[in-house]
Ligand binder design. Structure first.
Ligand code: SF4
Length: 510
């Protein structure tokens, strides 16, 4: 297993093609705009070496029996699913941002299950190929990008109906030694600082979209693979100093790219699906279940930091004991722990697949994520409410450090006497980073937009069973247990009951 430092060193061996702000980036680790995201990912390596966290950060490979970083593990039990979300919350607390490595982790698990199922149906050899690839990832402790979301073009059209056939990643050539793929994936979290890319289809597909049913892995510096790093709100603050960033060490959200496959060659040993369109939907659904499970872990870890920052600023402002502040902080905790309950619940309600790997309960995983499209907005609103206007109007670090006006800022932005003004400004900036920036749309759209969860909830929510329950309760359908309790048919019971009551009434009247 690599340490955080070794992980950063390992990135130097790769020569990916990356563009940002019109420039070709030659050295990923030396690029200041990438560095916070690299540090956040490095935490997934570093904590695996801390004896306090060994139990949740590491696992034993079920393939080799070796000790591995949990981010490369295939879940072998309910306990593994629970440890996964505990690990996510811990990392959210330590980095206060997205540490990126979960997407590839979830892709590994989803492919482990799906390649097994494809082979069972078609007699193919994807699963064994995938196991060989997994061994490579585990042995070298690699970070993988899980590349699912295609750029999609016109959302009302299927992949083959698009005017431009490249708007979903697809096979353009099959050769003796492998395939050639073309297309693009959007919002690729952690791509610039990953070692590998694992590609999956983005939606359920029909026979006419066979060429889009493709899954494979390539190194991040594969020929023809281009990443364009995205802009973020306030991103250039990284070039202006430390305090203004809010979280200068680990950044904000994951650092995403537009990933372009410009006729990329993939050797057969790295192809895990090639035309089996009837398994595309399954792969998407399992991957989404894993990734939606995570959000009550990682985002709640980040919320723990935000709640702490909000409580600190209330103290610095001198209002910590006000009942309405305590009430609002309590509400923030309630919202965060509700999301945590969801992540735990979907993990504990998980199940074993025929491959032997475990998956969380899909309905509850979707509930987890749907809450994350709402609750962070509310806990962020409460943080903004408690913090006050300086959360968006504090002067820059450069003005604070300016010898001509710095002392005036020190004097006039003082809160309670015993807290240095710099601490107050730092806390405002952290809250700005956590409650106003890219964290919110990331909660909304990461792991799928709310409608995607609602579709799954509607499919998995078993509305027919609920309708039946209502019919039984309303006496429209037979209630077998009630009939056993009273020893007769429901209608007979009530007929007898009312006959007796009516008889008593008429006896009284006589
Ligand atoms: Fe991991 Fe959370 Fe980032 Fe997704 S949003 S990659 S689950 S930290």
């Amino acid at each position: 297993m690599m340490t955080g430092k070794e992980y950063i060193e390992s990135l130097k061996k790769y020569k990916p093609t990356i563009y940002f702000m019109g420039r070709r980036i030659n050295s990923v680790v030396d690029e200041p705009m990438f560095r916070p995201h690299i540090h956040a990912a490095a935490m997934t390596y570093e904590l695996a070496h801390d004896p306090r966290y060994e139990d949740i950060m590491t696992a034993t490979s079920h393939i080799t029996g070796e000790k591995i970083n949990r981010f490369t593990h295939i879940h072998q039990s309910i306990e593994d699913l629970v440890k996964k979300v505990r690990m996510m919350r811990l990392l959210g607390q330590k980095t206060a941002t997205c540490f990126q490595r979960c997407v590839g982790f979830d892709a590994l698990n989803a492919l482990y299950i799906t390649t097994y199922d494809i082979d069972k149906k078609y007699g193919t050899e994807y699963h064994q190929r995938f196991i060989e690839y997994l061994k490579y990832v585990q042995k070298n402790d690699l970070m993988c990008v899980g590349a699912m979301t295609d750029v999609k073009g016109d959302r009302s059209l299927k992949p083959h109906q698009q005017k431009d056939p490249d708007l979903y990643v697809h096979i353009v050539e099959k050769r003796e030694d492998g395939i050639v793929v073309r297309g693009a994936k959007a919002h690729m979290t952690g791509a610039v600082n990953s070692h590998e890319v694992i590609v999956m289809p983005t939606r359920a597909l029909g026979p006419e979209d066979k060429d889009y049913a493709v899954s494979f892995a390539v190194p991040i510096d594969a020929e023809g693979l281009i990443n364009v790093f995205a802009r973020q709100t306030n991103d250039t603050r990284r070039l202006d100093g430390v305090i203004d960033c809010g979280n200068a060490k680990y950044g904000v959200v994951g650092g995403e790219t537009l990933m372009i496959f410009n006729d990329v060659f993939v050797p057969w040993e790295r192809v895990f699906m090639c035309g089996e369109y009837d398994f595309a939907g399954q792969l998407v659904e399992i991957f989404a279940t894993y990734h939606r499970q995570n959000y009550g872990g990682c985002k709640v870890g980040v919320a723990d930091v935000l709640i702490g920052a909000t409580a600190n600023i209330a103290e610095y402002n001198g209002v910590a004991k006000a009942p309405h502040i305590i009430d609002k902080l309590t509400e923030m905790m309630h919202l965060a722990e509700t999301c945590w309950c969801c992540s735990l619940a979907c993990s504990y309600e998980g199940y074993k697949t025929p491959s032997g790997a475990y998956v969380p309960n899909p309905l509850l995983a979707n509930i987890t994520k749907l809450n994350m499209t709402r609750f962070p907005y509310e806990w962020s609103r409460l943080a903004q409410d408690i913090a006050g206007g300086l959360v968006i109007t504090a002067p820059s670090e450069k003005d604070y450090r300016n010898p001509e006006i710095g002392s005036l800022i020190e004097k006039y932005l003082k809160g309670v006497a015993e807290v240095p003004t710099e601490h107050r400004i730092r806390m405002f900036r952290l809250i700005e980073n956590l409650a106003i920036g890219a964290q919110l749309p990331e909660s909304m759209h990461g792991a799928g937009s709310p409608q995607a969860q609602k579709i799954m909830i509607w499919r998995r929510g078993n509305i027919e069973m609920k309708k039946d329950l209502a019919k039984i309760a309303a006496g429209i359908k037979p209630d077998e247990h009630f009939e056993k309790i009273v020893g007769k048919k429901e209608e007979e019971f009530f007929k007898d009951l009312f006959d007796k009551m009516n008889k008593k009434r008429s006896d009284r009247e006589l």
